[in-house]
Design a protein around this ligand. Structure first.
Ligand SMILES: *Cc1c(COP(=O)(O)O)cnc(C)c1O
Length: 398
């Protein structure tokens, strides 16, 4: 080893130790390894699932589906909630209902989980990658506005990309790690260009933007209840909307477009079978009974991390934006630029110490199947992606 390499190795060990002891101070005696985000069942989960099994109502009909939808709508103040098999499917249906058609372009953040982008492809549309804001890690309104100014032309009340000739039909903000995007600002831009705003609220159930629940500012939004989200149904998703016609259409389209009748099978569209089974909804009802406590425990955990990490000059703890109350789905630190070279070794060191931390997702424009799609300047996403580490954030840790 050269002297320089030895020095780097020593620094790396020192920095790992600093992070390990800060995390240890927060999670205390939690059983090792400490997972990134585990489901938390301390309510009626078993009772409701057993009720489904005992009664035989495990599948596509049953009272828990209606009850779960009602609980979601009441909790978020959305007029309607329509549950389905997973968040990816929910977002796909949202885009369809928002009028995204074959060969349209849909603006998505470059730094997101692939589940934001796949539904665009499934619509036969083209993702157009947009940069994030460095403070919030969510879609940057100012960069979006500048970009649209340079590439968009309006014709007949619709926006077109003057470089590709394709129509731009929607914008999909994603509430990264639970922190809300700047929705009012994004909505203004969408209105100006007549673009539908569809929120990917998969990570942000319980997060507020200026007092309003995420997922209620756009035309439609998608939630996820995958096992790693704040509320889980095993697998599952939902659409939120204030538009009664769209809600009814979402339900109809995802339940094989069958006209209600006691025994006749008559379908008036080529629908999808994307219903959430009753047994999953049962789990969801039990989880929703506890959501307020989940959020306060997660916010308490975040405050503990913030306090323990405050003294470390070479990282920034990702705080909620000033306009938000976040669910702090994943607590996240960002290394300063000088330390980005340490990221992978820090991640390995922390995982070896029993803390299942992880980097941010690979950027969407770097994935092989998405490389050819249009994009704006992505310098914030490119710089930040190399410096992000998400920390163990389960409800059980608080
Ligand atoms: C989890 C997630 C999804 C997809 O949800 P699934 O229920 O896993 O299909 C979509 N977008 C984002 C940002 C997510 O985190």
């Amino acid at each position: 080893m050269t002297i320089k390499m030895e020095k780097m190795k020593k620094l790396e060990v020192e920095k790992t130790d600093i992070l390990v002891s800060a995390i240890e101070n927060v999670v205390g005696k939690a059983k090792r390894p400490v997972q990134l985000h585990e489901p938390f069942f301390d309510g009626n989960e078993s009772a409701y699932v057993q009720d489904c099994v005992k009664s035989g109502w495990v599948s596509y009909a049953g009272a828990y589906v209606d009850r779960f939808e009602k609980m979601l709508a009441e909790f978020t103040d959305a007029r309607h909630a329509v549950v389905m098999v997973n968040g990816t499917t929910a977002l796909f249906i949202c885009l369809k209902l928002a009028g995204v058609r074959h060969d349209d372009e849909v603006i998505v953040p470059d730094m997101t989980f692939v589940g934001t982008v796949n539904p665009v492809i499934h619509c036969g549309a083209v993702p157009h990658f947009a940069d994030i804001d460095s403070d919030t890690l969510t879609l940057s309104p100012s960069k979006l506005e500048t970009h649209l100014k340079s590439i968009a032309v309006k014709k007949g009340g619709k926006a077109f990309n003057r470089k590709t000739g394709r129509r731009i039909s929607a914008v999909v903000p994603m509430h990264t790690f639970g922190h809300p995007a700047d929705l009012d600002h994004l909505k203004q831009i969408c209105d100006k260009y007549r673009l539908a705003m569809v929120e990917d609220a998969a990570q942000s159930l319980g997060s507020l933007y200026n007092g309003r629940h995420t997922g209620t500012s756009g035309l439609l939004s998608a939630l996820s209840f995958n096992g790693n989200k704040i509320v889980t149904t095993g697998g599952g998703g939902a659409i939120l909307t204030n538009d009664s016609k769209l809600a009814a259409l979402a339900k109809h389209l995802t339940t094989t477009a069958k006209k209600p009748h006691p025994y006749e099978f008559f379908h008036d569209m080529a629908g999808y079978n994307s219903r959430m089974p009753n047994i999953n909804a049962a789990l969801g009802c039990a989880q929703m009974e506890k959501i307020e406590s989940f959020i306060s425990r997660k916010r308490f955990l975040a405050s503990r991390y913030a306090k323990e990490l405050k003294g470390i000059s070479w990282i920034r703890f990702l705080d909620e934006p000033t306009y938000a109350r976040s669910n702090y789905w994943l607590n996240t630190i960002i290394l300063d630029a000088e330390n980005e070279g340490f990221r992978i070794n820090l991640i390995d060191g922390l995982r070896n110490a029993g803390f299942m931390v992880r980097p941010a997702w690979r950027l969407m424009h770097e994935l092989p199947m998405f490389g050819k799609f249009p994009k704006m300047d992505l310098s914030n996403a490119v710089s930040l992606q190399k410096r992000i580490i998400s920390l163990p954030s389960s409800v059980s840790l608080a």
